[in-house]
Design a protein around this ligand. Structure first.
Ligand code: SF4
Length: 501
């Protein structure tokens, strides 16, 4: 028996797809498995605990907790943007206050003022002082109950985001203190990135019995003495759909790992050398249809780094059975009205698009492989076909100067009528990228586990100047401010498809 845990805190909007796949795969190989989504359970526990603070906002948030949980889970047809925003804001207030004095919590992040998740010494400290973690009351009881009832031989901790790291280590510290003979396996996307980084020195050897890089199926089956057959089916059986904070059931699914393009200079996937490993589109769509007929989701979230053109084609001909969205590269077919109408008919409600820059020179230098003329045509075509657009822009890359950033501003304003949502990111230099090697670098996050490094910008367009430009100019343009005001607070793109008009 293997116990798998998804630690807090990530946006509690949907079940974790990695654990759904591990659970399904272990089950298909005859290995008993128990899953705890400690993220949603932990968040609900803290929300239920309330707060001792007596200011009027917190008291309102406590008073309206049950109603706000209902409002945020209201079905799409009854969703009201203002009520939704107020509910999110109040629940966020309550969560933050429930952990006051221990950590800074929001519905999408966990920060500890004294400990950094990119410093291995701090993570080991979080493991030692596990009782100070705000989720300790919850996880100590929950994990003990699961271990005592199910007697697992292995506990697997799935760590995918920095915001989970400190609590993941607190949980490991608790398990080792109370069940010293228990085998603890640490894996997940973030752990994979750490292990593949240039400075990995195995700092957790005394705490984790195994640290797994890449998909965990083979390693976990190996611990059970079973050979992996190559089958990796999903199963969402252990998850409680009604718990998640979303206006409908969201079923996440990944049809690939890595990226089929894999050429963007700024991309961490490329810098880490992640291999592209897709499922066949036919198999992927068949599996999504199977999952839809079992779970009846309101939305499918394709979590691939970039959905492949073959998968999009397959979906356009074989609707998966529920509305869907995902991240795509801007390829020629997306400029074809007929194709986009077929995508829309298959349930596509929104596409996330990496436009990144409005300057062709930047796109070329960063290896985006995209013409701005095509991007423009795609945005207009998607709008015409009724598919929402969530556009990602990136500022401060080494090939950008202020002049190019202004071109991005102009491009965005010109296409504002075709953009439903905007994500603005400031460039981070992946620590092991080719560009990092050619520019003068310096520690950025000051941690041995940091995936990014500081660098001397060759055009003097540093992060401070970029941020100033974004705040004082870019976000102030009325057409852009209007787009930004539509963004679902905290849940951002995870809830945006519910708000596409
Ligand atoms: S398309 Fe996205 S995931 Fe693929 S290489 Fe470019 S940035 Fe990376």
């Amino acid at each position: 028996m293997i116990l798998l845990i998804n630690p807090p805190l990530v946006k509690p909007s949907e079940p974790p797809p990695g654990l759904a796949r591990l659970y399904g795969t272990l089950g298909a190989h005859g290995i008993g498995c128990e899953v705890i989504d400690a993220n949603i359970e932990g968040v609900l526990h803290l929300l239920g605990k309330g707060s001792l603070e007596r200011d009027s906002w917190t008291m309102r948030a406590v008073r309206n907790r049950a109603r706000n949980l209902e409002l945020i889970r209201e079905s799409r047809s009854r969703l009201n943007r203002d009520r939704y925003k107020r509910a999110v804001s109040d629940l966020n207030r309550l969560l933050g206050k429930s952990a006051a004095g221990q950590a800074r919590l929001t519905l999408s992040n966990y920060q500890d003022p004294g400990l950094s998740p990119v410093r291995s010494a701090d993570l080991l400290r979080a493991a030692e002082k596990y009782e100070s973690n705000p989720f300790h009351d919850y996880f100590s009881q929950r994990i003990s109950r699961a271990i005592e009832l199910k007697s697992p031989g292995v506990v697997g901790i799935s760590l995918n985001f920095l915001s989970q790291a400190l609590t993941a280590f607190s949980m490991m510290g608790f398990i080792k203190a109370h069940y010293p003979g228990m085998r603890v396996v640490l894996g997940g996307g973030l752990v994979t990135s750490w292990v593949r980084g240039p400075d990995w020195r195995r700092p957790f050897d005394g705490l984790a019995d195994s640290v797994v890089s890449g998909p965990g199926e083979r390693a976990l089956l190996g611990l059970a003495g079973v050979e992996w057959s190559g089958e990796r089916p999903y199963s969402y059986a252990p998850f409680h759909w009604g718990h998640y904070l979303s206006p409908g059931r969201i079923l996440p699914y990944s049809a690939s790992s890595g990226c089929w393009w894999n050429r963007c200079a700024f991309c961490p996937e490329k810098a880490e050398g992640t291999r592209y490993d897709p499922a066949s589109p036919k198999e992927a769509v068949r599996e999504v249809r199977r999952l839809c007929s079992t779970h009846r989701p309101d939305l499918i979230h394709f979590v691939d780094s970039a959905m492949s053109p073959a998968l999009l084609s397959r979906l356009s001909e074989n609707p998966p059975g529920a509305p869907w969205y995902g991240f795509v590269r801007m390829t020629r077919r997306l400029a074809e009205e007929e194709f986009c109408r077929a995508l829309k008919a298959s349930g596509c409600v929104m596409l996330k698009l990496g436009v990144e820059s409005g300057a062709q020179s930047v796109l070329d230098a960063e290896g985006k492989g995209m013409e701005l003329g095509l991007a423009s045509k795609i945005l207009h075509t998607l709008k015409k076909c009724g598919i929402g657009t969530y556009v990602h822009l990136l500022f401060g890359s080494p090939s950008e100067s202020e002049a190019e950033a202004r071109k991005t501003l102009d491009f965005t304003v010109r296409h504002a009528s075709c953009i439903d949502f905007l994500n603005l990111a400031v460039f981070n230099m992946p620590v092991n990228s080719v560009e990092a090697k050619s520019l003068g670098t310096s520690p950025h996050y000051e941690g041995d586990l940091s995936l990014y490094t500081g660098f001397r910008h060759p055009k003097g367009w540093d992060r401070l100047k970029v941020r100033r430009f974004l705040e004082s100019e870019f976000k102030k343009r009325p057409a852009i401010a209007e787009i930004l005001s539509r963004e679902p607070p905290l849940f951002t793109s995870n809830h945006a498809p519910f708000f596409v008009s």
